[in-house]
Design a binder for this molecule. Structure first.
Ligand SMILES: [Zn+2]
Length: 77
């Protein structure tokens, strides 16, 4: 019987959580980002509090280890 190698998956550096404030209700939440997805990423994630869609931007071109993350309202503004 083989044992699985013990890896600390929660310490993977490719996936990181960043705290951002919801542009609609102001609730601070952790957004999981995938640094393997490229230097510039944009994706929509619904707020778990007010359920409104937020556009999450990621820019890690300057510093991969501490990417810039910000959110915008997805209402055409
Ligand atoms: Zn919200």
């Amino acid at each position: 019987m083989k044992k699985k190698p013990s890896r600390k998956d929660h310490e993977r550096f490719l996936c990181e959580s960043v705290d951002v404030a919801c542009p609609f209700c102001g609730q601070v939440e952790s957004v999981t980002i995938d640094e393997g997805g490229g230097e510039h990423q944009t994706f929509v994630e619904d707020c778990s509090v007010c359920c409104k869609p937020r556009v999450v931007h990621l820019d890690s071109s300057a510093d991969v280890r501490s990417p810039r993350v910000w959110v915008e309202r997805d209402d055409g503004q």
